[in-house]
Design a protein around this ligand. Sequence first.
Ligand SMILES: C[S@@+](CC[C@H](N)C(=O)[O-])C[C@H]1O[C@@H](n2cnc3c(N)ncnc32)[C@H](O)[C@@H]1O
Length: 221
Amino acid sequence: MSDAPTLVSSAHFDYIAERTAGDDAFLADLKQAARDAGIPPIWVNAAQLSFMQVLLKLVGAREVLEVGTLAGSTAIGLARALPEGGRVRTVELEPKHASFAEDWVARSDVAERVQVIRGAGQDVLPALPDGELDALFLDADKAGYVDYVEQGRRLLRPGGLLMVDNAFAFGQLFDDTPTDREAGAVRAFNDRMASQAHGDDAPFQAIIVPLGDGMWVGVRR
Ligand SMILES: C[S@@+](CC[C@H](N)C(=O)[O-])C[C@H]1O[C@@H](n2cnc3c(N)ncnc32)[C@H](O)[C@@H]1O
């Protein structure tokens, strides 16, 4: 055994993808329709979704909140990991995305378990009651992440699951002059998370998992 990790390459990610359940026909059709509608294909990939489904099952999640719906594929995937009576609420600011997602959720096998909430995460999260979430997935405006995690401290029950996408800043984490306007916000967020993710008083125990564009995974203490 060594402390040094195995250096992974794109071949390893291909290897993982080949050994992970991919999209079923419904999600593949949804994604094609989203592309055709001009919605950007910036959803989490199938390996990430599979990982998130495993985590939801491990914590026995019933009440899940996603911030950033896009086309609804991930909300549908998350809902499929919940038991009977479980619910995914997903918050979307862009009306075109919300309408597309509502349409496809209604046609899905988990239509009863997914609710699209129109609006900004900044407005929706503060209106929710303390401790009612088993899991929170952040995948919207990166400048909002710090506030969303502050809300997550309040909204997640002890032992609840926090997941936050794009810790690798769209692949630009180490760029001297990143072109993505949100890269700086991601770096600041990562540093903030790191400062609150360790120690007995920390609100979360959390770590970045190198799947997709990097995902923070944490548990509410
Ligand atoms: C990366 S996409 C979400 C992808 C989705 N989670 C998935 O995996 O399929 C980000 C979404 O967040 C939405 N968004 C941006 N700012 C937001 C805000 N303040 N509140 C809610 N949604 C927001 C965007 O319109 C976009 O649809």
